[in-house]
Each structure stands twice: as structure tokens, then as C-alpha cells.
Design a protein around this ligand. Structure first.
Ligand SMILES: [Zn+2]
Length: 358
């Protein structure tokens, strides 16, 4: 598969979640005079404004670079690529730190701290899926032009939490409880279909009978691999560092009371902004995870299964559904919509027999 397909899929996914389903407006009419209606309206407007600002900023920065490139055409493009390189995972420029920083922090600080005291196990199934994903996607996750390669490795750890996470430069941990519960869900056929509400207002029913454990694990691990390859955590760390430095400067020049007050307000704003970018990272990881899984020969519907699983088991709460803006992770229903939109671009063949409009 070519990378352009991946970028198209990411765009389709983002468009699908930045547009509210039309049925929402019909529902909204019924209680628009109530407090809930106003709160929902405000939350969704905030989401729109955030998306718009991010979109505009990206275009302004690209235009400036285009202009500079035209004016100073004699300067080698390599200079710009060196200080503000394009990330091959999403085709956007957004890194200012060398990859060696990821490796030093990830291998020597984050991974040892995050996995300290963990009982690590060897899960054959997890390892096999991971190896397939790695071997078929090297061009994306460790691009040839990058001299510093990331050392991807995975551990299954004993924990009662339903979670998986990754650390910079290659460390992935999957908790055994999550693997076992997905295994049980597949064996007992607890999930046989998923309904996806599209931005057009239509609902599509996807049959998931053919989805196997490997397909779901591929979506999960592909998601974590993307966080590493896309260097999401290091970008967030840089933002956090810059904000912390600004706070320290604030404390120096202003009185304690005033600087504390500014810090509290700025922290709240920062949390909303960071959550917004975190949700974008999650969508990007979901879509790219589907792409990596498809490239390695897994059924892309495994990603829909995974979100249906989370929706039924863990995250299905009213507040998350209607006020996603307050959360660092998107609502599983919205993730399903984004993933479905991406699959229509990446792997239309996986949907042809299964998708049925309700
Ligand atoms: Zn994630």
C-alpha cells in the first residue's frame, strides 16, 4: 500500500468526527430549551473552534514555509527538513527534536520507570502478531532515511487493568487482563456485530463474526506502534516543558498570588488544549493501526471490534459520549465512526460484504 492512501484515510477519519451526525440535531431540537441542550451545544462548539484553530494554524505554518521556500529557493530544502522534518506517518511537519532524544528518554527513563515492578510474561499470540506488524511495516515505522532507528519491543504484563501503553522509541506493554478478556469475548462470541453511526446520520451494521483474536490484537498493537512511530509523547513532553518554563518565569516577575492565579487558569486552558491534541493523536493511532494491520494481512474490522469491546465493557458513559471535549481519549462510538471512514479508504473490500445500512 502507498502512504498517500494512509493520509487520505486519516483525513476521512478526521472529517467524519469533526462533523456531528445529523440525527444529533434532530435530538437536540427536543431539548434545546433545557440546560443539557445548551451544555451539549457549548461543548460541541468548543470542539469545532478547537478543530478550526488547529486546522488554520497548520495552514498558516505551511504557507509561511511555502513562501520562504519560494523566496529563498536557493537555500537547500534539507535545512528546513533538518529543523522541521516531515513525519512520514502523517505527512505533517511537527518535530523539532532529534530522534536520539526519544531513544535516550524512552530507553533510559520512561520505559524503566513505567515498567518498574511489573511481572512480565510471554504471550505467544501477542508476540506473533507484533512480529508480523513489524516485519510488514518497516518502511513506515523505521523509515530508511532516518539514521536513528527505534527498537520496537513488546511485553505482556500481569495487571488487573484493561490497558496497553507505549513509551518513546519502541517500548510497548499490553496487560494480560485485556488480552484475556478479548480472547474470552472472541471465544464466547460475545460481540457479533457493531453499529456505526455515520456523519450523514445513517447507521451501518457491520458483521464481526469473522474477526479473530489476531485481528483485534493487531488493531491494539498497531495503535501503540503508531504512538511511537509518530513520536506523540515527545511532542507532548515538549509542550509541557515550554509551559512549565513559562510558569517559572511568571513566578519570577509577578507576585505569588497573581502568578498562582495565572498558573491555575493557564493549567486549565492547557489541559483542554492537550486533551484536544491527545484525541487527535488517538484518532491518528487508530487509523494508522488499521493501515499497519491491513498491510500485515489482518482483518481491519478488528479495530471496530476493539472499540465495540471497549464501548460495552469500559467506557460507555453519558458524559464521555456528550462532552468528549473534557477527555483525553475520544468516545468509542466516535472512534468507530473514524475507523469506519478510514476503512472505506484503506480496505473497502473488508466492508463490501459486511456493511449494511439500517
Ligand atoms: Zn492511544
Amino acid at each position: 500500500m502507498n502512504n498517500l492512501l494512509l493520509y487520505d484515510a486519516q483525513l476521512a477519519a478526521l472529517k467524519s468526527v469533526n462533523r456531528l451526525p445529523q440525527t444529533y440535531w434532530k435530538n437536540y431540537d427536543t431539548f434545546e430549551n433545557g440546560f443539557t441542550g445548551k451544555a451539549l451545544w457549548l461543548c460541541n462548539r468548543t470542539y469545532y473552534v478547537g478543530s478550526f484553530l488547529n486546522y488554520s494554524l497548520r495552514h498558516v505554518v505551511s504557507s509561511i514555509f511555502l513562501l520562504l521556500n519560494n523566496i529563498f529557493g536557493f537555500l537547500p530544502n534539507r535545512l528546513i527538513d533538518a529543523i522541521y522534518p516531515i513525519n512520514i506517518i502523517n505527512n505533517r511537519r511537527h518535530f523539532v527534536t532529534p530522534r536520539i532524544i526519544d531513544r535516550i528518554l524512552g530507553e533510559w527513563v520512561f520505559h524503566p520507570i513505567a515498567t518498574y515492578g511489573m511481572t512480565k510474561k510471554n504471550d505467544g499470540c501477542v508476540n506473533e502478531v507484533f512480529s508480523k506488524l513489524l516485519s510488514k511495516n518497516q518502511d513506515l515505522i523505521n523509515p530508511e532515511r532516518e539514521k536513528i532507528k527505534f527498537n520496537y519491543h513488546i511485553n505482556t504484563a500481569h495487571s488487573s487493568k484493561l490497558n496497553a501503553f507505549s513509551t518513546s522509541a519502541g517500548g510497548i506493554v499490553v496487560f494480560d487482563k485485556l488480552v484475556n478478556e478479548i480472547k474470552t469475548s472472541i471465544e464466547e462470541k460475545s460481540i457479533t456485530f457493531a453499529n456505526v453511526k455515520l456523519a450523514s446520520g445513517e447507521t451501518v451494521r457491520l458483521e464481526l463474526n469473522d474477526v479473530k483474536l489476531d485481528d483485534v490484537l493487531a488493531a491494539l498493537i498497531g495503535h501503540e506502534i503508531t504512538h511511537i512511530a509518530s513520536r506523540h509523547s515527545i511532542v507532548r513532553l515538549i509542550i509541557e516543558c515550554i509551559v512549565s518554563i513559562l510558569f517559572v518565569i511568571c513566578h519570577f516577575i509577578l507576585s505569588d498570588k497573581l502568578s498562582n492565579c495565572i498558573e491555575n487558569i493557564a493549567n486549565s486552558i492547557k489541559n483542554v488544549i492537550i486533551s484536544f491534541f491527545s484525541r487527535k493523536d488517538e484518532y491518528e493511532a487508530d487509523v494508522t493501526g488499521v493501515y499497519l494491520a491491513k498491510s500485515a494481512g489482518f482483518n481491519p474490522l478488528g479495530a471496530i471490534y476493539l472499540q465495540q469491546f471497549f464501548k460495552e465493557i469500559k467506557f460507555s458513559i453519558f458524559l464521555h459520549k456528550h462532552a468528549e471535549v473534557m477527555f483525553s481519549h475520544p468516545y468509542p462510538g466516535n472512534r468507530k465512526r473514524a475507523i469506519y471512514s478510514a476503512i472505506t479508504v484503506i480496505a473497502q473490500d473488508a466492508l463490501q460484504q459486511d456493511a449494511r445500512k439500517l
